[in-house]
Design a binder for this molecule. Structure first.
Ligand SMILES: Nc1ncnc2c1ncn2[C@@H]1O[C@H](COP(=O)(O)OP(=O)(O)OP(=O)(O)O)[C@@H](O)[C@H]1O
Ligand SMILES: [Mg+2]
Length: 253
């Protein structure tokens, strides 16, 4: 279980998270929605200690991340896979070297076993045979899928997905959605996904949480979120501009 308790985070004096709280149960897929710039990526990065909160706690299986030293934090991160929003591939490495990166360092596997695992992960994301390509030769959507293959290579217990389907065509997006559902249903992976793709959110989520002005303002099943009585949630999921917000000079995201 992952518990985010009253997280506060400011950047340059500007509050991004303001008492954000959320509990993610083992085995569920939690989707975090919210407009651009609301702090979804910042929230995700707190979960693996890439960002430390100004106040509040992150508990992973009851363990407070703030109490861990660097080595313990590095060990804990091995239980997580992370798909970064921009894929964050190593540009000088091939696709297979990118996907194998953690396996080479941390897994006790023979080269043949690593090759097989890399091939399996690439097949799962629809990129069979792309081992020798370099990131510069890939489209944005392909890079993202390599990032996903890398995130799942170590068979992590929990996978964090930052915008897994953004910039990917609808057919391939559905391949990604199916993969996330399969990891959850067949392997019991806990998933935490950030997205503003509501088609994807409804498909993969057990529960959906909405981040707004630094707080999680609602958590519910896809049906509960779809039928929310909160106008902020409804406007977001129905893709309508928020009039009050436009008057304030914001953007609908
Ligand atoms: N390392 C940082 N230093 C300073 N400001 C930051 C940093 N990381 C994020 N921010 C700020 O925090 C706010 C939230 O950023 P974040 O990337 O979490 O948004 P988001 O909800 O993921 O948006 P998007 O949907 O566009 O990805 C933004 O105003 C951003 O400029
Ligand atoms: Mg983001």
């Amino acid at each position: 279980m992952i518990e985010l308790i009253n997280l506060r985070k400011r950047f340059n004096g500007k509050p991004v998270l303001d008492q954000a709280s959320l509990t993610i149960r083992d085995g569920e897929t939690m989707v975090i929605i919210g407009r651009s710039g609301e702090g979804k990526t910042v929230l995700l990065r707190h979960i693996i200690g890439l960002i430390r909160p100004d106040a509040g706690q992150v508990l992973v299986d009851g363990q407070d991340l703030a109490a861990l030293d660097k080595k313990q934090l590095a060990e804990l991160r091995l239980k997580f896979g992370m798909l970064f929003q921009g894929a964050a591939l190593f540009d000088s490495l091939t696709v297979e070297e990118n996907v194998a990166f953690a396996l080479l360092e941390h897994a006790r596997m023979t080269p043949a076993q690593i090759d097989a695992r890399v091939a399996e992960c690439l097949r799962m994301v629809g990129l069979a045979g792309s081992q020798k390509m370099k990131p510069a030769e890939l489209s944005g959507g392909m890079r993202k899928r390599v990032g996903l293959a890398r995130a799942i290579a170590m068979k992590p217990k929990t996978v964090l997905y930052d915008e897994p389907t953004t910039g990917i065509d609808p057919v391939m997006a559905d391949v990604i959605n199916d993969l996330i559902v399969k990891l959850s249903e067949q392997l019991g992976v806990t998933g935490i996904a950030v997205t503003h793709d509501m088609v994807s959110a409804y498909k993969i989520a057990d529960r959906i949480a909405m981040l707004h002005e630094g707080k999680i303002i609602e958590v519910g099943t896809p049906d509960q979120i779809r039928n929310s009585s909160n106008p902020l949630v409804r406007n977001f999921v129905e893709g309508r501009a928020d009039e009050a917000l436009l008057r304030k000079g914001g953007h609908p995201g």
